[in-house]
Design a protein around this ligand. Sequence first.
Ligand code: F6P
Length: 320
Amino acid sequence: MTRIGVVTSGGDAPGMNATIRAVTRVAHSEGLEVLGFERGWDGLLTNTFRMLTPRNVGGILHLGGTILRTSRSPEFRTVEGVQKAAETLALNNVDGLVVVGGDGSLRGALELSKMSDALIVGIPTTIDNDIFGTDETVGFDSAVNTAIVEIDKIRDTANSHDRVFIVEVMGKKRGFLALTIGLTVGAEVILVPEVEYSLKKIVGTLEENDAKGKKSGIIVAAEGIGDTHKLLREIEEKAGVEVRLSVTGYAQRGGNPTARSRLLANLFGKKAVELLLNEQGNRMVALQEGKVTSIDLKEVCSNEKQLDLSLMKLAQTLAT
Ligand code: F6P
């Protein structure tokens, strides 16, 4: 192992830069050269990269986004695309590749590992925290904190106006972000795609709260539950209360990574390089029960991470 590559792919997440820095600096300390492929998988399709050195990854630890930039590459989803990427790795004598990204990127990494002689290691980096085999992904904590800051402010105006707010958060088709955000802001209602919501139940909760003297409320809804504008109209109609909608949106993807996201980036970056040095490819770095470990990429891609629904119950108990 003398040359490795690093690529950030799919939706960006706070901590991607910290990950690039950690991989580069640990790799260099072990005498490895590092190529940073640009614009996600597109960089491997067009052979576009820059050499990363301990110096030129300086000053990026605290920055959101990714200095290598990213993309969602339709061409890489084809067999020809993956083949082309494998050829790029061979052409540049890349012995190992670190893929930094979420579920689509890790699936891509698995496909590439079937066609390339280079060893492939994934680092789970997505705000969605929806990757099987790891308790947490780089970027999740930052996105949660971004939403919390916003919702705490919304709580002030909700209280002043006796209003109910629906706050729509990201998470694609999963509710990991919504559940953690809902629990940590004391949301009166949390809606996740994993549990079909009942309008009757939502209205019932709001009415019970009203009777207890709680005139305002926060409903944290995952984007994956469907049309939140429609939900707003339905709640207004049935509960007879004023409802507003606030979409946290892409702000959750940006901003400075939290300490937690930086720490994970550092630990995961180090582990990824260690795996490559130990000739262990086809794996994803993971956090399991507080320990940094690794798991077979195939296992990651063929299983679905489960949402801890007991936390929904706890959130309900705490929001009385
Ligand atoms: O996977 C991260 C994420 O931000 C999701 O939460 C969201 O559904 C999706 O990416 C948005 O994707 P795009 O950047 O393609 O609009």
